[in-house]
Design a protein around this ligand. Structure first.
Ligand code: ZN
Length: 144
């Protein structure tokens, strides 16, 4: 739990980096055996690519760091509940653990595809949820 908060703070730092460049502030880190092997944030505007969500970037970077495609021994931390696309990618990567901060009632996988994760993936939610949601609210308030 203490570790989850620590790593979620790292994901939040990534989300802030996204906000700084005008991206929707979602950040992610991948941790393998107490080491951060990937840090990423949403890049959909920068890359002009709707698939460039933080989780997608993080999974690709983690697989590169490991030199292997499966993330069974890893925990993916992400500030906001993954969407259906990312939940699918998290499943394909056979991610060991998924920890997310804020829930996303509009786009989150839990509403549309609650069975989409790999059956062995352990899910923890609500870590630093207020901070994670706060960044999103602040960002969309500024954009209006
Ligand atoms: Zn996504």
């Amino acid at each position: 739990m203490a570790d989850d908060k620590f790593y979620m703070k790292q994901a939040l730092a990534e989300a802030e980096r996204a906000a700084d460049r005008g991206e929707v502030p979602v950040g992610a880190v991948v941790v393998c055996r107490d080491r951060i092997i990937a840090r990423a944030h949403n890049l959909t505007e920068t890359l002009n690519d709707v698939t460039a969500h933080a989780e997608m970037q993080a999974i690709t970077a983690a697989a590169n760091a490991l030199g292997a495609k499966y993330l069974n021994d890893c925990t993916l931390y992400v500030t906001v509940e993954p969407c259906v696309m990312c939940a699918g990618a998290i499943a394909w990567a056979q991610t060991g653990r998924l920890v997310f901060g804020a829930s996303d009632e509009k786009r989150g996988y839990q509403r549309y595809a609650p069975e989409s994760l790999h059956p062995k993936t352990v899910v923890v939610s609500g870590i630093l949820a207020d901070e994670c949601a706060g960044l999103m609210k602040e960002f969309f308030k500024k954009r209006r």
